[in-house]
Design a binder for this molecule. Structure first.
Ligand code: HEM
Length: 500
């Protein structure tokens, strides 16, 4: 009987000894929660997605109030959490390796650029940057506008019927828009409820999020024997089969392209999407294989779908809570579109300046991606002399940085779109606002996302008024949860009234 405690103590001594350098550095930085042997603070992150987010929010706030850097152990891994913009800048500019934990998306995305090691990421990033050039993106506005028009019309069915959860509609909009622009396929998820692909994508994202916080699911050799893994595989198969089939058809089309007439060539060029672009930009010896194409194009779909949808959801929810802001957005829409019901064109987007500020402020308070991860591949020396030791993990708490009173003033938790007026934002540290991350590995879809969110939000508000219970103060009260992304617990419940 006495043997087991002795074995445990011996294992713990070995555990500590092998990590002695990490423990030494960690002891110089403040920690929030007491960690237990072997499991660290992972006991804190057990429970609902709402509780997990609350813990992470508290932890970020604690970090902000204590110098902007703190440490914690999660299982065998040491995490540095950062909310100080100057430290975040050093990390994000110089440390491009993603944390090992990101490998949990490997089954789905393989070695896609969003998770790849730096050496594999670099050549892929070069190609993606060219695919996201402003000239190419401007062609997608038509796709956003047409899908937004469908969304606004679908919402007619809900107008005047009281409160409803708008998440299924905006999630379907985002999927339709991203599939059309990334692969050139129209599945019309907005018109057909419970689309198989939509369910598979949503369930997969949710299951990946669950795995992140279940330390016992981290080792592949354990996870692969669980029913969670089997279920995940079945959903991933649906996503892969769908994408493989699209790629197969594209390959055939590219083969016959040589025989196109001029008119067919013109039509084809006008309907280009990311998949076509990736195929032509990665030509010759460096041409993407079918698997690489799938990895990259699926990254666009998964990185771009819910991120944009949650931004639209929070924006609409805030419009219901702050009618005066909604009125200002509407006045601007009236100036640009008058009473016409024409669909939005790319030239309209730069004119919607107040709308843009309101969306930016939405993304500050409710950043779709609240945390990003890096691995220290060498020691990182910080401006104050602290060292983040090699092989530790770094969490950049975007949420913490966006809500820090130190970065934004005492009204950091309040909704104020004019914070983004040029005269005011110029005094804010450039890394204090990073919904799309910062540095060489930032979000390549940043402009695409802003165009899509602006188009959908403006199209809805031109047709519908959002009705909510006005918030008594400028600090919005929305219940949040962590589901890989920051989401509203109540599915973005709002009410709509059809405008005359
Ligand atoms: C509101 C919408 C969006 C937000 C808030 C967002 C945010 C982010 C963040 C925080 C990262 C992580 C960067 C890092 O680890 O430092 C990222 C990466 C990425 N995002 Fe987005 N994103 C959005 C929309 C999109 C869209 C629409 C697309 C594509 C159509 C996209 C494609 C990507 C890709 C490919 C990466 C990986 C970049 C790389 O590692 O080279 N994102 N995004």
């Amino acid at each position: 009987m006495i043997l087991w405690p002795l074995i445990l103590i011996l294992c713990y001594c070995i555990f500590r000894y092998r990590r002695r350098r990490l423990y030494k550095h960690a002891s110089k930085v403040i920690k929030h929660q007491w960690d237990l042997p072997f499991i660290g603070v992972s006991w804190v992150y057990v429970g609902s997605t709402e509780k997990i987010l609350k813990e992470m929010q508290d932890y970020s706030k604690f970090t902000s109030e204590n110098g902007g850097i703190s440490v914690s152990w999660m299982g065998p891994k040491l995490f540095y959490t950062i909310t100080d913009p100057a430290i975040a800048e050093v990390v994000l500019k110089n440390n491009l390796e993603k944390d090992d934990l990101m490998r949990i998306v490997h089954e789905l995305l393989g070695d896609a650029s969003i998770v790849a090691s730096v050496s594999n990421w670099k050549p892929r990033r070069k190609i993606s940057v060219r695919a996201f050039s402003p000239k190419i993106l401007s062609k997608f506005v038509k796709i956003f506008a047409e899908n937004s028009a469908t969304l606004a019309k679908e919402l007619d069915k809900k107008a005047g019927t009281g409160n409803f959860k708008i998440w299924p509609q905006i999630n379907a909009y985002a999927l339709d828009a991203i599939l059309e622009s990334s692969m050139g396929v129209q599945i019309n998820a907005q018109l057909h409820n419970n689309n198989e692909l939509q369910t598979a994508v949503n369930t997969t994202l949710q299951m990946l999020s669950e795995r992140t916080f279940r330390v016992w699911y981290w080792p592949d050799w354990i996870y692969k024997h669980t029913s969670h893994f089997a279920k995940l595989q079945s959903h991933i198969k649906i996503i892969h089969d769908f994408t493989n089939e699209v790629i197969r058809k594209k390959r055939l089309l590219h083969q016959v392209q040589a025989k196109f007439t001029d008119q067919e060539e013109l039509e084809y060029n006008n309907s280009l999407n990311f998949l076509d672009l990736l195929m032509s930009l990665s030509s010759g010896e460096k041409a993407y294989t079918d698997v690489e194409l799938r990895e990259e194009v699926l990254t666009f779909v998964l990185a771009g779908m819910d991120t944009s949808a949650v931004a639209i959801g929070f924006f609409l929810k805030l419009m219901g809570k702050y009618p005066a802001v909604q009125q200002k957005v509407y006045n601007e829409l009236q100036e640009v579109f008058g009473d016409s019901d024409r669909i939005l064109e790319k030239e309209d987007l730069p004119k919607l300046q107040y709308l843009e500020r309101a969306i930016k402020e939405t993304l500050r308070l409710y950043c779709s991606v609240p945390f990003i991860l890096r691995r220290a591949d060498t020691d990182i020396l910080l401006p104050d002399g602290t060292t983040i030791p090699e092989s530790s993990s770094v969490v950049i708490s975007i949420l913490g940085m966006h809500r820090s009173a130190k970065n934004w003033g005492t009204d950091a938790d309040c909704f104020d779109p004019d914070r983004f007026l040029p005269d005011r934002i110029k005094d804010i540290h450039p890394t204090a606002y990073i919904p799309f991350s910062f540095g060489p590995r930032n979000c390549v879809g940043y402009q695409y996302a802003m165009m899509s969110i602006k188009t959908a939000s403006s199209t809805i508000l031109r047709r519908h008024k959002v009705v909510g219970i006005p918030e008594p103060t400028s600090k919005p009260n929305i219940k949040l949860k962590y589901d890989i992304m920051l989401k509203d617990v109540d599915g973005y419940e709002i009410a709509l009234e059809r405008r005359q």
